[in-house]
Design a protein around this ligand. Structure first.
Ligand SMILES: NC(=O)c1ccc[n+]([C@@H]2O[C@H](COP(=O)([O-])OP(=O)(O)OC[C@H]3O[C@@H](n4cnc5c(N)ncnc54)[C@H](OP(=O)(O)O)[C@@H]3O)[C@@H](O)[C@H]2O)c1
Length: 248
């Protein structure tokens, strides 16, 4: 069977994988959800937009003769990961997830763990503070339930519709971030509390070191349940998996 890889992207790791796959000359397609206005260009043929749930993805796999799928989406893109798992089972296509370890609290960290975005909102039911929301734009509306705070929203694109938060500042920035920059951001905006997802990886880790240095509490949203598929931790391991399951 001819190898044709589908990479489900949207992360730094997916981009690293795309570079390696292109360098190895592996036939592949890179898929973006289409969440950001100008996604990073890839050295592979790229498609943008949803497949239409697991059924749509299974159809795409068959119609495009996909032989392998690497789910290199963000650990919080659980819907896509479950769709990939179910579609690959239905279409009998091997799947591996390229994942990164979750961040672990270190000495000096003041993390409060919550299980989802609503849990983070519930922990903000106190008097007005200045809150750094280091989350995607799709999660911002949930914080309308706690409008007393001043929110600093760090986003890749300016929201098409202004958030319905009476006090907020939008900071446009795209990672990777560094500790000096995140310290300056938190000091400049007099941040009292940070809300973030346990994304793992290095590109967004600086805010945790900055919060530690400033002794700020962090409301840490723990990872959602992900499907029980095989995983690998590096782009190299994913390429190795593709090449070694080439003839299955
Ligand atoms: N969630 C985060 O915090 C986060 C952070 C950084 C980057 N990202 C990236 O942003 C994208 C969207 O994340 P999300 O949390 O909104 O996903 P999600 O909730 O798991 O997925 C919602 C729907 O978006 C479509 N989709 C998601 N990823 C796709 C991809 N790579 N290619 C084609 N369609 C995709 C699928 O639509 P259909 O059902 O129509 O196929 C999926 O059912 C992902 O690529 C992810 O890697 C997410």
């Amino acid at each position: 069977m001819t190898t044709k890889l589908l990479i489900l992207g949207g992360t730094t790791e997916a981009s690293a994988l795309a570079r390696l796959v292109a360098a190895e000359g592996i036939d592949a397609v890179f898929s973006y959800a289409g969440r950001v206005a100008a996604p990073k260009s890839q050295p592979l043929p790229t498609r943008v937009g949803g497949f239409g749930s697991a059924d749509g993805l299974a159809r795409y796999l068959r119609e495009n003769s996909i032989s392998h799928v690497v789910d290199a989406t963000h650990p919080f893109a659980a819907q896509m990961s479950w769709n990939a798992y179910n579609a690959c089972q239905a279409a009998d296509v091997p799947l591996i997830a390229l994942t990164r370890p979750a961040w672990q609290a270190q000495t000096g960290d003041r993390w409060r763990h919550v299980s989802d975005v609503d849990g983070a909102v519930a922990t903000l039911a106190f008097s007005a503070r200045r809150v750094l929301l280091a989350l995607g734009k799709q999660n911002v509306p949930a914080f309308e339930k706690t409008p007393q705070h001043h929110y600093v929203l760090r986003l890749v694109d300016r929201p098409e519709v202004a958030p319905d938060l009476p006090h907020h500042t939008v900071v446009l920035a795209r990672g990777p971030f560094d500790v000096a920059g995140d310290l300056a951001l938190m000091r400049d905006h007099a941040i009292d509390v940070v809300v973030c997802k346990n994304s793992g990886g290095s590109g967004a880790e600086a805010k945790l070191a900055a919060a530690r240095e400033l002794n700020l509490p962090v409301i840490m949203i723990d990872r959602p349940d992900l499907p029980p598929c095989d995983t690998c931790a590096t782009a190299e391991a994913a390429v190795d998996w593709v090449t070694h399951t080439r003839d299955t």
